[in-house]
Design a protein around this ligand. Structure first.
Ligand SMILES: [Fe+2]
Length: 240
């Protein structure tokens, strides 16, 4: 049996992106001054953006991954489907709460803002457990039933369905919070396959979000990769 550490992990990068965005938005909500209009607006906008990302991710998994998992083992998707149903309900609650905060009278702003923060914390906690389950159990089923080439094909179909703006938002979290090797593989793949304009747009966006030492390392590794000097690295690819 092939070493699981050498298999293609379809969840690795997107779950890092989601964990980063969820953690960031939760922490920001926790220190928001709900009486300050600009802080309140920024927090609510970040919460809504996060919910949009979560919704998109959930749909991608439902459409592209869960059928493959169910084909690998009938009923294999059941638990994740039930988690997704619960997450959809939680997202509706969070959207509603964001609106409640937005419309609250001054005397109720802090109270409703703190309620939103605590509900968001529960949502994030539930998602962290859910992602760990998917990484453990879904990968086990995928690796048992499919070759890496087949999983890459599923991944390619999923990634191909993501509109450019959503892809850019995903990369904004995925690249800074992946490790150096994953960044090189991801951006190297884009450099090879994406139109130069799209690649340059991603690199420009990263100028404002990637730590300078990470940008230096990425630039060096992409240059050496181009020159054919790159060492083989763990198989990670484009975002899911
Ligand atoms: Fe999921």
């Amino acid at each position: 049996m092939q070493d699981p550490n050498q298999r293609f992990d379809i969840y690795a990068l997107i779950h890092k992106a989601l964990r980063a965005q969820m953690s960031h938005v939760l922490l920001e909500a926790g220190r928001t001054d709900w009486d300050d209009a600009s802080e309140r607006d920024a927090a609510l906008s970040a919460v809504r953006q996060l919910l949009g990302m979560c919704h998109g991710h959930l749909e991608h998994e439902d459409t592209y991954l869960h059928p493959a998992i169910d084909a690998a083992e009938p009923g294999g998707r059941r638990l994740a489907d039930s988690d997704h149903g619960r997450h959809l309900g939680a997202m509706e609650t969070l959207y509603d709460l964001a609106e409640v905060v937005e419309r609250a009278t001054p005397s109720l702003r802090r109270q409703t803002g703190e309620r939103l923060y605590r509900e968001l914390a529960l949502f994030v906690a539930d998602n962290f457990e859910h992602m760990a389950f998917e990484e453990r159990e879904h990968n086990r089923l995928l690796w048992m039933a499919y070759s890496d080439a087949e999983i890459h094909r599923i991944h390619g179909e999923l990634v191909g369905s993501i509109p450019p703006a959503q892809m850019m938002e995903t990369l904004r979290w995925m690249v800074p919070y992946s490790n150096a090797q994953q960044r090189t593989e991801l951006l190297g793949g884009m450099l090879d396959a994406a139109p130069p304009g799209a690649f340059n747009a991603v690199m420009s966006m990263l100028q404002g979000t990637l730590r300078s030492q990470d940008m230096d390392k990425l630039t060096r590794s992409l240059l050496s990769r181009r020159a054919g000097e790159a060492q083989p690295i763990h198989p990670q690819a484009m975002p899911a």
